[in-house]
Design a binder for this molecule. Structure first.
Ligand SMILES: Nc1nc2c(ncn2[C@@H]2O[C@H](COP(=O)(O)OP(=O)(O)OP(=O)(O)O)[C@@H](O)[C@H]2O)c(=O)[nH]1
Ligand SMILES: [Mg+2]
Length: 427
């Protein structure tokens, strides 16, 4: 991002701007507290906050002009070199603020994109962030300072009569389509991997939640994975999938992935489709909520909204109220009522994790298909497959082979098709 540059070695000093409108569930103070954490994650120092109650944000100036003049008057005392708006600014609003305040103008989206760019580790993550950045920047390229091009050909130079702005735009569009192409290839690979997984019949559990809820800590606790967990927003972006044995020995795959946040930029969601699709094909969504956060319920609602956007509102859900070691008891009681049969845990300390394991098993096996199969003794591998991937209720050794009554993941039933001895009686 070209915007996040400090003129000195010191970190950027920024004033946060928020318009408090009626249509948001979050107060400006709550939302600004979060924006402050985003700024800190990006290494920016917050030196002031301006909020204004508005019926709707000002289409040209974001906040009212009077408010902006007041801020301008404080420029020398606050010594800020940037402002950050708590909403995504329209290009015109951004330019207006730049004109009036004569400082760098950022918004929540630019900040999130910057953090994503810092934290993306894999090629897939980097491609997706770059795409989101270009899509964000393209309509914001400034026309000011445009010089007419010399006539000239050659690689990467402007076409005849093209302005610098035009050639920049052209190059950006070109890069966007390259990125879209590359990401499409990534999606295809991922989708192929998921199809293979589905055929293997191993249920997939997607760990989702608001950023910093403790998803990666839980993932590490359950699977012994070594996913980066840290007290930062968007510490982990790239999906990690690990095998995990439920308490009955049955295998599942757990996927930890990028967290959500309120006002998540739509360009970012669109660009991260390949990553987010991991959630869309999960058999179970484990929603991790930070019960110690004052806006735990609003955060969970923001997550649910995004899940709905992804079209997975019907996927089976299990809610884990995390960080109970530092949640206030009365708050925890209220959250217990707010969610449908949540499990209380401390991923950090391990409290409640056994109970969570039981609930995971219940939730996963609830989707299994009851079957009775008769497997010839020559196909012992299939018996083992049933034991490791399904739930065995009875196992008898008769003359024709092994007779098993139990449940199988839907994806695996096909593998036992020729040995099916009809559905379990009474199931
Ligand atoms: N006190 C307490 N802290 C926890 C608990 N679980 C996680 N944390 C802390 O919360 C912070 C965020 O944890 P992560 O596991 O990185 O959270 P995440 O949901 O993966 O966050 P992102 O990847 O940034 O979206 C870390 O500092 C963890 O140590 C818990 O049960 N209790
Ligand atoms: Mg994480």
């Amino acid at each position: 991002m070209p915007h996040l540059t400090s003129t000195s070695q010191q970190s950027l000093r920024a004033v946060l701007l928020a318009a408090e409108t009626d249509d948001s569930g979050w107060s400006a103070d709550q939302s600004l507290a979060e924006l402050t954490r985003l700024a800190a994650t990006a290494g920016i120092e917050v030196v002031g906050k301006v909020t204004q109650h508005l019926h709707e944000v000002h289409p040209r100036s974001y906040l009212g002009k009077g408010k902006l003049q007041e801020l301008k008057a404080e420029k020398s005392s606050l010594r800020f070199d940037a402002v950050i708006a708590d909403d995504e600014l329209r290009p015109a609003q951004q330019h207006f603020l730049e004109e009036v305040l004569d400082v760098q103008v950022l918004d929540r989206t630019a900040l999130i994109l910057h953090i994503f760019a810092q934290h993306a580790r894999t090629r897939e993550g980097r491609l997706q962030v770059e795409l989101a950045q270009y899509r964000y920047r393209l309509p914001r390229l400034s026309g000011r300072g445009v010089e007419l091009s010399r006539l000239g050909g050659g690689i990467n130079t402007r076409g005849p009569g093209e302005t610098k702005l035009e050639s920049d735009r052209r190059r950006m569009r070109h890069r966007i389509s390259e990125l879209e192409h590359d990401i499409e290839r990534v999606r295809e690979t991922r989708s192929l991997q998921r199809r293979q997984r589905r055929r293997s019949g191993i249920p997939v559990i997607a760990v989702v939640g608001y950023t910093n809820a403790g998803k990666s800590t839980l993932m590490n606790r359950l699977t012994g994975a070594d996913v980066l967990s840290s007290d930062q927003l968007f510490a982990t972006l790239d999906p990690t999938t690990r095998r995990h044995q439920l308490i009955n020995g049955q295998e599942v795959l757990l996927t930890d992935t990028v967290g959500f946040i309120q006002k998540l930029p739509t360009d970012l969601v669109a660009a991260f489709r390949a990553t987010l699709e991991e959630i869309t094909e999960a058999d179970l969504i484990l929603h991790v909520v930070d019960a110690s956060h004052a806006q735990a319920d609003e955060q969970a609602d923001a997550v649910e909204d995004e899940l709905e956007e992804l079209g997975v509102q019907h996927t089976r859900r299990l809610t884990a109220l995390n960080k109970i070691d530092k949640a206030a008891p009365e708050r925890l009681a209220a959250l217990n009522r707010y969610f449908d049969a949540p499990v209380c845990i401390s991923a950090l300390q391990g409290t409640g994790v056994e109970n969570l394991e039981e609930q995971l098993l219940n939730a996963v096996s609830a989707q299994f298909v009851p079957v009775t199969v008769q497997i010839p003794y020559g196909d012992a591998d299939l018996v083992n497959l049933f034991r490791s991937r399904g739930t065995v209720e009875t196992e008898d050794h008769i003359a024709a082979g092994t007779l098993i009554t139990g449940k199988l993941p839907p994806g695996l039933v096909q593998s036992f098709k020729q040995f099916l001895a009809g559905p379990k009686a009474g199931a």
